[in-house]
Ligand binder design. Structure first.
Ligand SMILES: Nc1ncnc2c1ncn2[C@@H]1O[C@H](COP(=O)(O)OP(=O)(O)O)[C@@H](O)[C@H]1O
Ligand SMILES: [Mg+2]
Length: 456
């Protein structure tokens, strides 16, 4: 690929070479870096656009870089690199490093999302539907974007990075990007077309075009002011010893509204034996790998396997299920409650670790339900003291709320629900064993329950 900086037409062949040693250190330390634990051995440029000339007081590059790592083809990351003589103290957390060679020698480079001017420039590009170098902005003509909104970078732990503009809009910049239709834009757009009020409607979005491939790199949407996320709220109520059933029921209703609209807006499918068997096979493979990795799971493996084979057996008897587009990574942290009490669902990216094609496949809607049920359990077990009864009440209320809107209570399909919840809990066991061993008892308590087939 040409090592070109596209806006000004100038080429800067040494740009990547001069950033390389700094990025090797900096990138693996970022919360959103997916390749933790393996070194970055180099970069290749997928796209580069000069947004502000490097010679100016503030320079700005938009980069898509593939980070090479041993045993992996390398993920592609979106970076906005600011260039200054020196950083003012307020930008200290943004520092990437001081460049020693190449075209930027002697200058300081930093994560430009922390800086006002670059953040303003992104909003301006979205507002005006700009095309700059590889970047192409589009917007919903129905929504107005005021100019001059003051940006701030969200500091929450995230898998991507978000800028909030004047408490009016939030711009999510995707960090790990892949070419193709991104469900994080696709699904909210589809829901907005159907006037579904449970999801903030995309206001504008940005693609990077590279050799005929389009990468979604940013989505701007209305900021839900004064919102609290479901996880925060649940923990707060737990700490007060309050029940959360009314909220759980409202969340069930919101989930069903979103599902109903997605089923109307996008393709659905029928899953019979031929489709269920590979799903079940996948679940069994993941269980076997998990049991291999986490000894504490082993005693439960045979019983858990029956959760999966029971689903295959039903399919073999001729039972079928409807599949549709789903959220794909639904949990309390992906739900926002506005001060009006209305819930919104956000973050339709799905599980970023899974391939895009898989994330966009129609699936049983109960998969999202299983995710939320696990989330209530997580909240309850992270309380001090743990409150399993609280989770039980929330789970029941959530399913009831879901049934009120959809007409189908997820608990009436216990085999599917148990299989999906088990698959999720197995994933959690592996995750916690690897990243947060202190949390391992949380999914293990669910494993204990699921192995005994004690539902819901
Ligand atoms: N429309 C919105 N209004 C208010 N806050 C939002 C909105 N969208 C996202 N957020 C906040 O930003 C956080 C991260 O957003 P999310 O889309 O989940 O990104 P990530 O992919 O990084 O998890 C959310 O947990 C929420 O706190
Ligand atoms: Mg999220």
């Amino acid at each position: 690929m040409a090592d070109t900086v596209t806006r000004s037409g100038t080429t800067s062949p040494g740009l990547l070479a001069s950033l390389d040693p700094l990025l090797r250190e900096w990138l693996p330390r970022q919360r959103w870096f997916a390749g933790k634990g393996r070194p970055v051995t180099g970069f290749s440029q997928v796209a580069a656009t000069e947004l502000l000339p490097a010679g100016a007081r503030i320079g700005l590059y938009h980069l898509l870089l593939r980070a090479h790592q041993p045993q992996s083809p390398g993920d592609c990351y979106q970076l906005l690199i600011g260039v200054r003589e020196a950083l003012p103290p307020r930008l200290a957390p943004a520092l990437i490093g001081h460049v020693t060679s190449g075209p930027l020698a002697g200058r300081t480079v930093y994560d430009a999302l922390y800086d006002t001017r670059p953040a303003e420039l992104l909003l301006e590009a979205l507002r005006t539907g700009a095309r700059i170098g590889a970047l192409r902005c589009e917007r919903d003509p129905e929504q107005r974007i005021r100019s001059g909104l003051v940006p701030r970078l969200m500091t929450a732990e995230q898998s991507n990075s978000s800028l909030v503009y004047g408490d009016t809009f939030i711009l999510k910049l995707l960090r790990r990007v892949v070419p193709g239709v991104n469900p994080d834009l696709e699904l909210p757009l589809a829901l907005a077309r159907e006037h579904c009020p449970r999801v903030p409607a995309p206001t504008a979005w940005m693609h990077a075009d590279v050799d005929g491939d389009a990468y979604v790199v940013g989505v701007l949407q209305p900021f839900v002011q004064g919102a609290a996320d479901g996880w925060e709220l649940a923990l707060r109520e737990l700490a007060k010893g309050e029940d959360f059933a009314a909220e759980a029921r409202a969340l069930g209703r919101a989930t069903a509204e979103v599902h109903r609209t997605l089923a109307r807006a996008l393709p659905t499918a029928t899953l019979g034996r031929a489709q269920i068997q590979p799903l079940v096979d996948g679940m069994v493979v993941r269980l076997d790998a998990a049991a291999q990795a986490v000894p504490a799971l082993r005693p439960y493996a045979p019983a858990l396997r029956t959760a999966f084979t029971a689903l295959a057996d039903l399919a073999a008897e001729g039972h079928t299920w409807t599949a549709q587009r789903v959220h794909g990574d639904l949990h309390l942290g992906q739900c926002l409650r506005a001060p009006t009490g209305e819930w919104s669902l956000i973050d339709f990216e799905g599980e970023p670790a899974r391939p895009l094609a898989e994330r966009r496949m129609p699936q049983p809607a109960v998969r999202d339900v299983a995710g939320m049920l696990r989330s209530f359990d997580y909240a309850a077990r992270s309380a001090d003291p743990p409150a399993p009864g609280w989770a039980h009440t929330c789970r029941a209320a959530y399913c009831s709320g879901y049934a009120e809107v959809s007409g189908a209570d997820p608990r009436t399909d216990p085999v599917l629900l148990r299989a999906l919840e088990t698959d999720k809990a197995v994933y959690e066991v592996v995750y916690e064993a690897r990243h947060r061993p202190d949390w391992l008892p949380v999914p293990l308590s669910a494993i204990h329950r699921l192995a005994a087939a004690d539902l819901p």
